[in-house]
Design a protein around this ligand. Structure first.
Ligand SMILES: Cc1cc2nc3c(=O)[nH]c(=O)nc-3n(C[C@H](O)[C@H](O)[C@H](O)COP(=O)(O)OP(=O)(O)OC[C@H]3O[C@@H](n4cnc5c(N)ncnc54)[C@H](O)[C@@H]3O)c2cc1C
Ligand code: FES
Length: 281
């Protein structure tokens, strides 16, 4: 055995993962199924993210969109907005990408036994919550109701519609709204808070998981608080520019948080509410 074979690759060296399947979700969102070529990453929890490398282009943080512990390939859902996300979203079956992780805090699924759960998402915000939703739908509990409220800009921006239908059949109370309808849309039109005016249970004691643009999370949190949900029981997922992913570079700092370590999932109160509001001023 040579000396180099004993050297640990270190936290900045990505594992190689092969694209074994891909699905175009809509005009700019693609889901990739990835399997390890050699060194798999450690097990993850719902809500955590990986740093994905498009070799020769760069690295970005992408949430894991499959459920923890599920057999088969690990899923990531990427919106094509810039150079790196474009390279990743354009990957074809057989291509190899890099993966470092898993990083950050999670949705705390183990704390959701015996309490009702409200999940509120905007747009691609369902990707970081998809693993949690799969877990909640597939592990029903007699003392837990699950409500999912989804907002999208346009009908063709709704992600995972077939899966939402499956969750509905499995007992989840699902409602979807769009900001702007097209001729085929027969559902609700308006922002997500308009379908968050009542809950089929008492908000007190419920836990809310919220992910989407920060302004949407702030207004959703207000609606949830009006419905009796305690601000401490609202968990939001915050995004900042991630570089190292391991609390070394400071790029992801938000107030006292390093979001790669202390986030992305943080309680809305006491700190996140203040920080989000401060940024919007
Ligand atoms: C914890 C965490 C989880 C994330 N999870 C996901 C995920 O599951 N899926 C995903 O697609 N992205 C996710 N992101 C965002 C992702 O890390 C990148 O910021 C995004 O892919 C853009 O990177 P880029 O280098 O391709 O574009 P850049 O070159 O950085 O940006 C190109 C242009 O797009 C704009 N832009 C940058 N980011 C976004 C954005 N998120 N939405 C809209 N416009 C943007 C920029 O303002 C710029 O104008 C996550 C980020 C964090 C911090
Ligand atoms: S990404 Fe470097 S400290 Fe968080």
């Amino acid at each position: 055995m040579t000396e180099t074979e004993h050297v640990s690759p270190g936290p900045f060296v990505p594992s190689r993962y092969r694209v074994v399947d891909r699905k175009t979700e809509n005009s700019d969102i693609t889901t990739l199924w990835l399997e390890p070529v050699d060194r798999p990453i450690a097990p993850f929890k719902a809500g955590q993210f990986n740093m994905l490398t498009a070799f020769g282009v760069g690295e970005v943080a992408i949430s894991i969109s499959s459920a923890p512990g599920a057999p088969g390939a690990i899923e990531h859902t990427v919106r094509d907005v810039g150079a790196v996300s474009h390279a990743l979203a354009s990957s074809q079956i057989g291509d190899v990408v890099g993966l470092r992780g898993p990083f950050g805090t999670d949705w705390g699924l183990e704390s959701l036994t015996g309490c009702n759960v409200v999940v509120v998402v905007g747009g691609i915000g369902l990707a970081p919550l998809r693993g949690a939703m799969r877990y909640l739908a597939e592990n029903p509990a007699p003392d837990r109701k699950v409500v999912l409220r989804v907002g999208a800009r346009l009908p063709d921006q709704i992600v995972f519609p077939e899966e939402m239908e499956r969750w509905r059949e499995m007992g989840v109370d699902v409602e979807v709204t769009v900001d702007v309808a097209d001729a085929a849309w027969t559902g609700h039109v308006g922002v997500v808070t308009q379908i968050l005016t009542e809950l089929p249970f008492d908000g007190a004691g419920a836990v809310a998981l919220v992910c989407g643009p920060e302004i949407m999370m702030r207004f959703s949190a207000r609606s949830l608080i009006d419905l009796g949900v305690s601000p401490e029981n609202i968990r939001v997922s915050l995004e900042r520019n991630m570089q190292c992913g391991i609390a070394l570079c400071g790029h992801c700092q938000l107030g006292p948080f390093l979001l790669c370590r202390d986030g992305p999932v943080v309680p809305y109160a006491p700190l996140a509410a203040e920080l989000i509001t401060e940024i919007e001023r």
